[in-house]
Design a protein around this ligand. Structure first.
Ligand SMILES: Cc1ncc(C[n+]2csc(CCOP(=O)(O)OP(=O)(O)O)c2C)c(N)n1
Ligand SMILES: [Mg+2]
Length: 783
């Protein structure tokens, strides 16, 4: 039964479709809403008045006078729009049969087919979740052409064979289509989009290649309610901030405005008024129901961005047909009249009208075409319904953070060999790092000096490495850790960012995608929380949602932790790490002294570059300039900076701790400031005849599992000295790890209080102290 021939009822999706395709054409209606919308569409198409042209137009004729869109192209886009609509219907059908897991559709937004047509295949795209038509057009642009419908269907049923996320989520993405998959978190992709646009230009300035052509445009789309999110506001502001200073930023931001965020109405005119007057962001507007207009305006906007390397905001007015998702009953919050008004602006009807008016198709031909596309999508939906899913935790987790420690170690060893005397990368050829501090020649260094020197040495070897953040360039960092880098490596690679942690991390995410090696700084650990989602939701998930086809090479330097003698209060002495430790795949490094910091930073950079690792490099502020261990002037906290030819031999792999001493009475497990406190406590305990060994974890994620168990077993008594808070702190996980591993010895812990840190001497009342370590150790040994 054909819709065109037999009346307004469209054919329903099959009730029981086996692997051979749909068997029934009658049962299976899931939601009256969608069927009403479809019936309205079919009726409206049938009622279109056919064009009165004497001669049938040629394929290359414009779809309407003055449009750049040809009839042939419009027909292709119409096919994509229709396939997209049927994918939405198929999603609901699959869901109703227990085979599909995702029903957020693109119905009403199919005008974004024109957006894809106005751009190039090689323009990197970070898309809104209603971008089905865009994706199908991109798939058709690829060579060889991809079957985008099957890609999307595989995503709907969470099939392991789905090409981007492999059944882990339903996202639009494919490396061959230059579509980078996005999470469901509203607007969280926008800082990365700004960062990517910035970075493709920055890479070119540095003479480095990116995966995209020199004249590419980064396109990023989102909804109207998303515009209100602080992440979007921050990203738009940063785009504006860059363009305002004349920094090139080829970014096309596209707001697909359907007037709703689930049930909440966007005030009429709001998107335009908040977006059309942003400094240096050119505003364009189009009616998304009008394919020709959307194509022409999107072409103008893309040309503007491509030629000027300057950002634009394209506001496309669309409608949402059906609820927000399959489970959303929109009649609960929208009147029938409102819903009907939206269906009258259905983009499929709009394109049908254009084609019929141009004389390219008759209404009956439109409906035949609609029916043919439906047949095809239905058949494919039935085919994928039973596709194999991910079945084991190993399969699910495989792409979280694939690591190749042997390759990282080999890389550092190879760089050592190149650096042997007489080779071009020996000391004498390295750029002078910081003119004043730290010293230019190898020697003993503080933690801050060692990190500074390592950054300089690594920048000399890695041309794509960028250092940026608040105050890192001209000032050289609040604590001088990046001092001299700007002078040595120039403003193309060392630069101050706007004061917005989300933008800083987004900049880094874009830089990583562009093939650079970003080393951003978050000025204080407390301010990581202002932007945690950029690590938690974006950086850490990209590999997972792309089967490791996209990576986020990233080393975020974060000065943090406490013990600044009462100065700074909580926000400069934050000692909470729980928000970092539970992010799957994240590497958290926390060196306590200079030699470890240098080796661990080199490891992080190599792992980021080679494996795409996402690393947080937590620097204990209180130890930055510490020189002494036991007595004033003993220089016990200074360590030797290793020359390049020793980098292989002194390599510290991810997840390896450092053991101090070989005492047989007690093992103290600690990290960060706790290492110095514990070593001092151990000396006092030795006076009492208690022999300790101290294990510095060095890596808080992943924990040095083997080293930890070995050190515990060596004495049978473990004291965890933890400067983080008692609740959610590191000691919880260390003790759990011991218990899980079957450790049967005695275990105790000392940690900081579940408090924020006050100013002044009162800070000592809530922080882990040397005395507390000593007391607990005595109790443990004597018990
Ligand atoms: C940060 C965040 N908060 C809440 C949500 C839940 N949510 C998903 S979609 C949505 C509405 C988005 O509306 P809009 O940006 O207009 O896009 P539309 O769905 O209308 O296309 C909300 C609140 C989310 N995904 N992310
Ligand atoms: Mg909306």
């Amino acid at each position: 039964m054909s819709v065109a021939a037999a009346g307004p009822e469209p054919r329903s999706l099959p009730a029981d479709a086996g692997p051979d395709g749909p068997q029934s054409a009658t049962a299976g209606q899931n939601s009256p809403g969608e069927d009403i919308a479809e019936q309205r569409l079919v009726r409206a198409i049938r009622e279109l008045s056919a064009g009165q042209l004497a001669v049938k137009p040629a394929a290359y004729d414009p779809i309407q006078p003055d449009s750049g869109l040809s009839i042939a192209r419009a027909l292709e886009l119409f096919d994509a729009q229709m396939a997209c609509r049927h994918l939405d219907l198929a999603a609901r059908w699959l869901r109703a049969r227990g085979a599909g897991y995702y029903t957020i559709g693109s119905a009403g937004h199919e005008g974004n087919a024109a957006l894809a047509a106005a751009l190039r295949l090689t323009d990197p795209a970070l898309l809104h979740y209603r971008s089905g038509a865009f994706y199908l057009v991109r798939a058709a642009q690829a060579s060889p052409r991809r079957d985008g419908v099957t890609d999307v269907l595989l995503g709907l049923v969470a099939a392991a064979a789905e090409p981007i996320a492999g059944g882990r989520h339903k996202v639009f993405g494919h490396p061959e289509l230059h579509v980078i998959p996005q999470t469901s978190t509203i607007a969280s992709h926008l800082p990365r989009a700004v960062g990517l646009a910035f970075s493709v230009e920055r890479a070119a300035k540095l003479g480095l290649d990116t995966p995209w052509p020199r004249d590419c445009v980064v396109i990023s789309s989102f909804g109207d309610a998303s515009v209100n999110h602080s992440t979007a506001a921050g990203a738009l502001n940063t785009a504006s901030w860059c363009a305002y200073q004349g920094l090139p930023l080829p970014l096309l931001l596209v707001c697909e405005d359907n007037g709703l965020g689930i049930s909440v109405r966007t005030p009429s005119g709001w998107v335009e008024s908040t977006s059309s007057r942003r400094p240096k962001i050119k505003y364009f507007a189009a009616d998304g129901a009008d394919l020709a207009q959307t194509y022409d305006v999107a072409t103008a906007a893309a040309d503007w961005v491509r030629e000027r390397r300057s950002p634009a905001f394209l506001h496309v007015r669309v409608v949402r047909i059906g609820g927000h998702a399959g489970t959303d009953v929109e009649s609960a919050y929208r009147s029938p009249a409102e819903i009907a008004a939206d269906t009258a602006r259905d983009p499929l009807l709009g394109t049908a009208r254009l084609l019929v008016t141009a004389g390219a198709l008759t209404p009956a031909e439109v409906l035949d075409r609609y029916e043919a596309v439906k047949e095809r999508v239905l058949a494919l939906a039935a085919k994928v319904a039973g596709a194999p899913r991910l079945a084991t935790a190993e399969q699910v987790m495989a792409p979280i953070a694939p690591r190749r420690p042997a390759i990282v170690a080999a890389n550092l060893a190879a760089r050592s060999r190149q650096a042997l005397p007489g080779q071009p990368r020996g000391w004498q050829r390295r750029p002078r790092p910081a003119p004043s501090e730290p010293p230019e020649s190898p020697g003993v260094m503080t933690l801050a000096q060692g990190i500074n020197r390592t950054l300089a040495d690594e920048m000399a070897d890695r041309p794509g490495m960028l250092v940026f953040g608040e105050d890192v360039a001209r000032k050289g960092g609040v604590y001088g850790v990046t001092r001299g880098l700007l002078r040595t490596f120039g403003s193309g690679r060392v630069f101050d960012s706007p004061l917005d942690e989300q933008s800083i991390l987004g900049m880094a995410l874009g830089a990583g995608l562009a093939g650079l090696l970003p080393v951003p700084e978050i000025q204080y650990l407390a301010y990581f929380h202002n932007a945690a989602d950029q690590i938690r939701g974006e950086a850490a998930t990209l590999s997972f949602f792309s089967r490791a086809q996209y990576r986020n090479p990233l080393v975020v330097r974060v000065p943090g932790l406490a013990y600044q003698q009462g100065f700074g209060g909580h926000f400069h002495n934050d000692n909470g790490l729980a928000a970092l430790r539970d992010i799957p795949g994240l590497v958290v490094a926390c060196p306590a002294r200079s030699d470890d910091a240098s080796a661990m930073l080199r490891t992080c950079l190599a792992a980021a570059e080679l494996d795409g690792s996402v690393c947080i490099f937590l620097e204990p502020i209180a130890l930055y300039h510490e020189r002494d261990l036991y007595e004033a002037g003993d220089g016990g906290w200074l360590t030797q900076y290793e020359p390049p030819d020793r980098w292989g031999a002194t390599h510290v792999p991810i997840g390896r701790g450092r053991l101090y001493g070989s005492g047989q009475d007690l093992t103290i497990i600690t990290f960060g400031n706790g290492v110095r406190l514990s070593l001092r406590a151990a000396r006092m305990l030795a006076v009492d005849g208690i022999a300790c060994r101290v294990l510095d974890l060095r890596w808080l994620a992943p924990l040095p599992y083997e080293d930890l168990l070995r050190a515990a077993a060596a004495t049978g008594r473990v004291l965890v000295a933890d400067e983080t808070r008692r609740t959610g702190g590191i000691s919880e996980t260390v003790i759990t790890t011991l218990v899980d591993a079957g450790f049967t010895g005695r275990v105790a812990r000392v940690a900081s209080q579940d408090s924020f840190l006050p100013l002044g001497d009162a800070t000592a009342t809530v922080l882990l102290s040397e005395g507390a370590i000593e007391d607990a150790a005595r109790d443990l040994v004597r018990a």
